[in-house]
Design a protein around this ligand. Structure first.
Ligand SMILES: Cc1cc2nc3c(=O)[nH]c(=O)nc-3n(C[C@H](O)[C@H](O)[C@H](O)COP(=O)(O)OP(=O)(O)OC[C@H]3O[C@@H](n4cnc5c(N)ncnc54)[C@H](O)[C@@H]3O)c2cc1C
Ligand code: SF4
Ligand code: SF4
Ligand code: SF4
Length: 382
């Protein structure tokens, strides 16, 4: 366990230990790769061990198994296009908001940091749409959620499975009634470092001499929902810039704990698990949408009854779980070759060097990004 061993890869950064500590003796600090890890102030610690008991990442997976699986795409084309996959998240979240509850999810703040925020209106819900390929900053989300639950308010929390597991274990240890809580996790191959993203933003601002005002990690406008192309906007400009530089290099440089992820399977902490429905065209061609498709796993009875309320806004098909077992529903990502070498270069040669070296697109990828927008434009015109 990280709190004893201090081996960074044994901590996923869920913040449960920080929230549970009765003496506020734990703070999240940043490690040399830019990830948050807990640090105990020994002067304040009373050795109650609550932090060790709440830590789910060091325990065996005892979460329940998936009950049912669905393919879906949102009925509203605008929502479908602004979502990463098929808009499953929006469908669940709008139901929560329309019923007077709040929704926690991942957004950009004003400085384009990736953070967890709470929203209570459909207007603000837009901020949570789309995948942000960076580990989010949770802040004091867990204790705020607990306060709302204590006052019998309905809450939805969405995040990675390790964040959901951390929240649930924290609430259980605090003996909080979770009847009014719905949890949503994403199929997850791992989270990249906030420091790499910060350095990439600085790199772009220096290169173009302008201030970034918006960033989209996966813009489907030119190449469709299956592609991977980022877009960004500078102050005073209306025309987006497109690139694959961040996408090319970030995949390989995720949090080390993600290579030992116990949630990469069908035993999940959340009521719902959402992901890209890879293979939908082959397995369910009559259902597949060219604009995006979600896979939704429902993992609890509470999830099934919430799904009954939410499904009205989606085109939905029940599917066999075996037909949607993508790699991250079988096992965790593998640490890529050269991982440690990358970080050594990052420390010795600097971020710009690494962005240019590792962000280079292969010839095949360049070709795809040249041809796909033209094909897509032609298809849309038809
Ligand atoms: C880091 C990361 C890795 C992923 N890996 C895979 C994968 O291997 N296979 C796969 O099928 N799908 C993966 N996904 C999930 C997928 O990209 C979509 O997020 C998911 O299908 C939901 O899409 P949607 O259309 O329902 O909703 P959208 O509106 O596109 O998704 C928004 C949801 O994603 C959450 N979210 C966004 N960024 C983060 C973040 N940094 N941390 C936690 N939650 C976040 C929001 O809180 C919200 O719940 C990953 C997502 C992220 C963020
Ligand atoms: S042992 Fe108790 S007091 Fe000490 S850091 Fe952990 S939770 Fe806080
Ligand atoms: S509770 Fe979460 S943040 Fe704390 S040590 Fe365990 S995994 Fe890390
Ligand atoms: S891969 Fe696992 S440990 Fe890493 S962020 Fe995703 S759920 Fe958490």
């Amino acid at each position: 366990m990280f709190l004893d061993s201090h081996i960074n890869e044994e901590c996923c950064g869920c913040t449960a230990c920080v929230n549970i500590c009765p003496k506020n003796a734990i703070k999240m600090i940043t490690d040399s790769h830019g990830f948050s890890i807990p640090a105990i102030d020994e002067d304040l610690c009373i050795h109650c061990d609550m932090c060790r008991n709440v830590c789910d990442f060091s325990k065996e997976n005892s979460w329940s198994a998936t009950l049912r699986a669905y393919g879906m795409h949102h009925k509203d084309k605008n929502i479908l296009q602004s979502s990463r996959s098929g808009g499953a998240f929006y469908m669940l979240a709008e139901t929560m908001i329309r019923n007077g509850g709040s929704v926690w999810g991942v957004a950009f703040d004003k400085s384009l940091n990736v953070v967890h925020i709470k929203v209570t209106s459909l207007d603000d819900l837009k901020r949570l749409q789309g995948s942000k390929y960076v580990q989010s900053e949770l802040g004091n989300a867990f204790s705020q959620i607990r306060q709302d639950l204590i006052y019998n308010k309905a809450v939805m929390f969405s995040g990675t499975a390790c964040q959901v597991a951390g929240l649930l274990r924290y609430l259980k240890k605090k003996k909080t009634d979770t009847t009014n809580l719905i949890t949503v996790d994403i199929i997850c191959q791992g989270v990249p470092s906030p420091k790499l993203f910060d350095d990439y933003k600085t790199y772009l601002e220096t290169k173009y001499g302008k201030k970034l005002t918006a960033f989209n990690f996966r813009d489907s406008f030119r190449i469709g929902w299956k592609g991977h192309e980022e877009s960004f906007l500078f102050e005073g400009e209306k025309k987006k810039h497109y690139s694959t530089q961040y996408a090319n290099y970030y995949y390989h440089y995720m949090r080390k704990s993600c290579f030992h992820c116990q949630y990469a399977g069908l035993h999940r902490p959340a009521d719902f698990t959402l992901g890209d429905f890879w293979g939908v065209n082959e397995k369910y061609p009559d259902f597949a949408s060219s604009e995006g498709n979600s896979i939704m796993l429902v993992n609890s009875e509470k999830g099934l009854s919430f799904f009954d309320k939410a499904k009205i806004n989606g085109d939905i098909i029940e599917v066999e779980v075996e037909n949607c077992l993508q790699p991250r529903l079988k096992s965790s990502s593998q640490q890529p070759e050269g991982y440690d070498m990358f970080w050594t270069e990052y420390e010795t040669k600097g971020s710009s060097y690494c962005i240019e070296k590792y962000g280079k697109a292969t010839f095949k990828a360049k070709l795809i990004h040249l041809v796909k927008p033209i094909l897509r434009k032609t298809r849309i015109k038809k």
